[in-house]
Design a binder for this molecule. Sequence first.
Ligand code: IVH
Length: 796
Amino acid sequence: MPQPIAPPEAVERAEILRRRIEDANYRYHVLDEPDIADADYDRLMRELEALEAQYTDLASDDSPTRRVGARATGGFAEVVHAVPMLSLGNAFEQDGDTDREKYREVADFERRIEQTLDRKAPVFSVEPKLDGLAISLRYEDGVFVQGATRGDGAVGEDVTANLRTVKAIPLRLRGTGWPRVLEVRGEVIMPRAAFEVFNERARAAGEKPLANPRNGAAGSLRQLDPAVTAKRPLAFFAYAVGRVEGGELPDTHSATLAKLRDWGFPVSPEVDTATGFDGLIAYFRRIGEKRNSLPYDIDGVVYKLDDYAGQQEMGFVSRAPRWAIAHKYPAQEQTTKVEAIEIQIGRTGAATPVARLTPVQVGGVTVTNATLHNADQVARLDVRIGDSVIVRRAGDVIPEVARVVMERRPANTVPWKMPSTCPVCGSELLREEGAAAYRCSGGLICAAQRKEALIHFASRRAMDIDGLGDRFVDALVEFDMVHTPADLYALTVESFVRMKALADERDGSIPETVKQGRIATKWAENLVASIEASKRSTLPRFLFALGIMHIGESTAKTLATWLGSLEHVRHTPAPVLRVLPDIGDEVATSIAAFFEQEGNQAVVDKLLAAGVVFADEGAPSPKLRDRLGLDVLLDAAKVPKLGPKSTATLAKHYDSLDALVKAGEHQWIVAGVPQAAATNLATYLADAEHLAALRDADTAMRRLAAALPAKAASALPLEGMTYVITGTMETLKRDDATERLESLGAKVAGSVSKKTTGVFAGEAAGSKLDKAKELGVPVHTEADLVALLTQHGVAP
Ligand code: IVH
């Protein structure tokens, strides 16, 4: 039962939790220095939620638990902006040879300021022009009270509930000295990576992808249900202030941005100051070079006269200030013609339609191909051979066809259809139920898949076989010298020389290897040496190299750290894999399906027999202990009506699957499982296939549990110790150090107290170090930490 009045300890604890959670948000979104693991963050959040649920008077609108609020009914209310949200004049590139000619509009802008203010080379705040949605955030007494879109500049929409879900937006201001009323303006954006992930999922689910990250940001904020917005990974950067009451801001814009950062707002790290025309253009170029590698889209840079007095004097023309201008980069979109649509077969057999285009310059690069993603996308866009299309480049992403210019469609075009067979091997192209992609059913019979699989296997972040590039792999596959990655380890200098001779013969060229009158083999020796060197690998690299569908580097790392050894990874069924962090049903199924194929297990065996070894194998993570259990298995079975409460009850009563099965439906009900759930479970277990799968999973779990490091509490050397790690470490990541210390039984805390055993302080340690000194807690160096870990056999 919720209680109305919280005792002082609960009030205090709630406040500590809120501060810690907000601090974690600030470190993540503003400082870009996360200091807490996701799991710990979630734990704090759950504790706070529980407290607030227990004591009704603890509820508070600015609590981090309130980021997701109630659904809006019937649209958004209007908000009249106290200070209008202005637009900016644009400067585009013109024809000319010199910078002053090409950037005439910028030169005019800068000269006008020099003349009006009678000042040489004025100072500007220079910033990226973020391509998202402009919003205004109102804080009263340091608390976020209202957020609105720009709308027409005078009146916007109240999207407060949605903005609360954006973790980069502070609900309470940090520090001190903020005005009583403060309106902060900035851009909500969808980072490119998040946009890609979103579209990838949308395409796989056969839903409409977002046209671009800006639409992603705008669409997310206009959701009526904040829970939907909360799931979209949005970011925010502040770049201006609106109404200010009851307090003062600095005299310059750059100093104001610095203050905003102190108060908890993310400000783009690209923000800088520049002097005079030359300074502006140098910034334009510097950001232009970085543009494609920034994590978010920008369409230009913004120059703002830095001092507010000067801004005041310059004033406005219509709706745009005369003290600021947006300098735009050339468009990332161009129109061109589709000459053909071909199918490309990827590593996992996915058949991707690709448009061959009349070459066109897009944002400074020549584009000749653009991806059409999948058959659904071609149908949605209705791209046909002969069409004029808009192609778009964004970041390092492969160019894509954005849309067809229908007005320019020639007569007699026909809708495009996915071919029924693979253009490389002739096997059937099949579409899994519910999936967007067609796949070549040829597997490793298909030379295209074999090539891609080998190129991936040898790539730098996988097995890192130096020098084995696409060209060699192509030839090895073409001459049937390599079928699986394991075959690479059987190649000799002679094999490569023979491969080269065959390639020369095919090309009709004089064999280069014998041209100088002797056989040159140095290159082949080097290759063989690289292949040999790649045998000493690590488990995450190896798992990544296998090219299992959905297994990127981070999943490979998760598998390796949690399961410890290849033996466990290759013999763990999907329901058990599912208990690992960040491994969902789809990924777990994909891993298990890969290892269920005897052919794949044989390749793994061959690789091991060839001498591939991992330096980093060990026992499964002790953290696994809490995740293994009968309840976890039953949860994964997803028996209708059998909820977590029932599965927990069953796990408490029966210590094995056999005991559970033997007891039977009636006993389960006696144990406290509701009738309907018990009946469903009995039906489920009556199916021999289900029972067999469950037994497999149970066996795998027991095997893992048996491999866990011995629990014997007293045996852990650092039991009872609490450490704090602060500052930047040179050789160790904080998460990594934490994990190692925890494996020795120590606790790693986020803050220093009298009870802290010791603090390990790295470079630029701040308040925690001060606190330790103040409380007389021993302070150690990174070298001490490494020595401690080494002493206990868990050296980094
Ligand atoms: S300042 C008085 N700074 O550009 C100037 N705007 O055309 C008000 N924008 O609606 C805006 N990045 O959506 C400013 N660093 C930046 C910006 C920026 C993007 C957008 C914003 C605004 C539009 C103005």
